[in-house]
Design a protein around this ligand. Structure first.
Ligand SMILES: [Zn+2]
Length: 321
């Protein structure tokens, strides 16, 4: 198979998404699409044209997970005749997000209950609304499960469901030839993927993510091609770095927790990420990741949560740990 990286613009600080064109014995397919913006669509069409292709030449589109930068142009490509495949769990989530207009509001409210003040949440609520505004509704033509074998452009892949970044995130493992991995946001070269505890998502996303990293590690895979950043020739080494990063973050969070004085999530998040330098979207991700780490520490018996007199949840370190 021939693999071509098409780098598409994103209107975020993380300023690009890689879509991958797969050329095989049965034509062409695309892995991830870019966001539903005019600059992304134009760049995709131009990138295809440079390879002598048009959108109607794409037989299939595989979407790795439910974030809008990965599937935004899927409805456009369906209109051009492509079949869209997506992991079932994230497809269910996206349908729930489409059909419940108050989904974002309830997600934001779940942080309000944790004592995050209005002015901080307002920026995140605006960022979520902005994402919804560039998210056209769509229904996949086919959903896929973990371990399922799929053929894209006549090339055989195994679907590896790798929860953590989202509950149903999936990677594509090439079964023959170079055994490349199209890894979406599961493993990224320069940044670590956001692992958030959020409404309707996993109870222990960090635990799930660690297990999903272990699943991909040690499979003897070739180059891994991520949705953001360049290719990774040492996938296992990068996975070890990400695992070490989360161990360090857990220790940093423990150091912010006190045994006697329980602290609210905002102070802990600020201590970990420095909220002043973050925009609304990044603040949202930082709060979610702090919550994911707190949950992992709770499950390990190293932290606990309790409500104060005003009903705000506060976190403290457990002594014996
Ligand atoms: Zn993502």
């Amino acid at each position: 198979m021939d693999l071509h990286r098409l780098t598409l613009p994103l209107p975020l600080r993380l300023n690009h998404l890689n879509a991958y064109l797969i050329r095989g014995p049965a034509g062409c397919a695309l892995c991830d699409t870019g966001m539903a913006t005019e600059p992304a669509r134009e760049t995709l069409v131009a990138g295809l044209a440079a390879l002598g292709l048009a959108p109607r030449d794409l037989r299939q589109v595989f979407v790795t997970h439910f974030h809008g930068d990965h599937w935004g142009l899927a409805p456009f490509l369906q209109g051009e005749g492509a079949r869209v495949l997506m992991p079932r769990i994230d497809h269910e989530l996206i349908q729930a997000w489409f059909t419940h207009p108050d989904y974002d509001r309830r997600a934001v409210e779940s942080f309000r209950e944790l004592g995050v003040p209005e002015e901080v949440l307002a920026g995140s609520a605006r960022a979520l609304a902005g994402m919804r505004a560039v998210s056209p509704r769509f229904v996949a033509d086919q959903t896929v499960e973990d371990d399922e074998l799929v053929e894209l452009a006549g090339v055989r892949f195994r679907v590896l469901v790798t929860p953590g970044h989202t509950p149903g995130h999936a990677c594509l493992e090439e079964l023959e030839g170079e055994r490349r991995l199209l890894c979406g946001d599961h493993v990224l070269p320069q940044i670590t993927p956001n692992i958030s505890r959020d409404l309707g998502l996993l109870d222990d996303p960090l635990g799930a993510y660690r297990a999903a990293l272990a699943r991909v590690r040690g499979r003897g895979l070739g180059t891994a091609w991520p949705a953001h950043g360049g290719p990774m020739t040492n996938l296992d080494g990068r996975i070890d770095e990400i695992l070490a990063h989360h161990r360090e973050r857990a220790e940093a969070l423990l150091a912010l927790l006190d045994e006697r004085e329980p602290r609210p999530i905002l102070a802990l998040c600020d201590g970990l990420f420095g909220l002043r330098k973050l925009d609304g979207w990044e603040t949202w991700m930082a709060l979610g990741e702090t919550r994911a780490h707190l949950r992992a520490l709770e499950l390990e018996g190293r932290a606990s949560a309790q409500r104060d007199a005003s009903g705000t949840l506060r976190f403290r370190r457990e002594t014996s740990a």
